[in-house]
Each structure stands twice: as structure tokens, then as C-alpha cells.
Design a protein around this ligand. Sequence first.
Ligand SMILES: Nc1ncnc2c1ncn2[C@@H]1O[C@H](COP(=O)(O)OP(=O)(O)OP(=O)(O)O)[C@@H](O)[C@H]1O
Ligand SMILES: Nc1ccn([C@@H]2O[C@H](COP(=O)(O)O)[C@@H](O)[C@H]2O)c(=O)n1
Length: 213
Amino acid sequence: MTQPLLIAFDGPAASGKGTLASVIAADYGLPFLDTGLLYRAVGHVARERGLDLEDTQALGEAAQFIHPTLLEDDALRGREAGEWASRVAAIPEVRAALKQFQIDFAHQTSGAVLDGRDIGTVIAPDATVKLFVTADPETRAKRRFLQLIKANSALTFEDVLSDIRIRDERDSSRSSAPLEMARDAVLLDTTNLDIEAAIEAARSIVKARRGGV
Ligand SMILES: Nc1ncnc2c1ncn2[C@@H]1O[C@H](COP(=O)(O)OP(=O)(O)OP(=O)(O)O)[C@@H](O)[C@H]1O
Ligand SMILES: Nc1ccn([C@@H]2O[C@H](COP(=O)(O)O)[C@@H](O)[C@H]2O)c(=O)n1
């Protein structure tokens, strides 16, 4: 029997991995999970309830109650939600509480596509195809700035670049499931690729890893 197709996209903020992952999921008719939204939802709850970031037990408990319906909240897409997400994501109790949901999503019989920071390394080390999507910080900041400026006209490019650098450092240096490329992942640098070119590159990688199909 053939194994379900499981595709892992990891990489730093605004590298384009979510855009690519959703297109590849649609190509193959697979369910898609943006795992960053889970951490954004925990950060949002923590902020709304005024939880102390030092109270790792309370944050871990809050994470246990994150439900997929909460992920549709537009507030999760904003700048502050990203910052809070990366803070709570460094807490082992939070990661532990969110882990099984992601593992189950990845290993459903239909196959799946997930994007995040630790999909190829922790959630689905057995993935059929792993892509590590990156781009230089200035390029990523420009993309994120163009996205966020629509809702916040006071935002500057320098603010966004600073956020990206801080988030890169925090995500890569934490002790629990840091952002790193899995040894068997394929690197896709989108710095000089527009969206269409990046999609074609991702499609080629997936096809090649599947033996040309
Ligand atoms: N190759 C590209 N060229 C130009 N813009 C791009 C490219 N890829 C993605 N974008 C745009 O950059 C923004 C960020 O992309 P996306 O949300 O896919 O990144 P991400 O890596 O999933 O980010 P995050 O991890 O922070 O959720 C979006 O507005 C998207 O349309
Ligand atoms: N698998 C993951 C996914 C996300 N994170 C953390 O959440 C932050 C927000 O993620 P986005 O992809 O929505 O930008 C991110 O900066 C990480 O700190 C994670 O740790 N693991």
C-alpha cells in the first residue's frame, strides 16, 4: 500500500512558506494546517487574559484549549499577534500542549500539508517531502510590510525589519524545537523569486522527491 503524502514546509517569518504550502495542498487535494496560527491563538489568549509570560503552567493550560475554530480570528494575522506567538512558542509547556493535535493532523489517512518551524524536525520527521523556505531578512520584511500596511498605516519598514530580526533570533535560539532545517529537507531560497516562480520551484521539488509524479 502507498504511504499517504505528507509535506512539511518550515522556514522563518514571511519567507512565503504558507503561500507555497496552501498552493501545494490544493494541487494534491490535501488538508492544510498553518501551525503558526496555533501559537498566535495562544499568544492572543494570553494577551487578552493578561497571563504572565513567566507563568508557564497557566500558558500551557491555555494552549490545551485551543480549538481549530479559534484560528479564523483576523486578529491573529496582525503584527502584535506574531510577536506574542513567538514569545509563547518558546515555552515547552505550550509546545507540549499543541503537539499531539499537529501530529494527528499530519498523520491522517488522506495525507496532509503543514507549515511552521518544526514540522520536518519534530511534528513529522517522517514527512514524504520537506521544504525549508527562506529569503533574506530585508526581502521578508518588505513582503510583510506590504501585507501589514493595509491595516496599519503608521507602520514603517524599519519596524517590520526589526520585528523579523528579533523573531528570527528568538525562534532559532530557543531550546525547545528551535527553527532549523531538517537534514533531509530541500532548501528553497525565494529572495529572487516572485510568487509564481516560487510556486513552480516548490512544485518541482515536491515532484522530484516523489519520483517525478
Ligand atoms: N516569492 C514571493 N514574492 C513576493 N511576495 C511573496 C512571495 N511569497 C510570499 N509573498 C507574500 O509575502 C507575504 C508573506 O507570505 P506568507 O504568509 O506565505 O509567509 P510565511 O512564511 O507563511 O509567513 P509567516 O510564517 O509569518 O506566517 C504574503 O503577503 C505573500 O503574498
Ligand atoms: N510550528 C511552529 C509554528 C510557529 N511557531 C511560532 O509562532 C510564531 C508565529 O508563526 P507564523 O508562522 O504565523 O509567523 C513564530 O514566530 C514561531 O515563534 C513555532 O514556534 N512553531
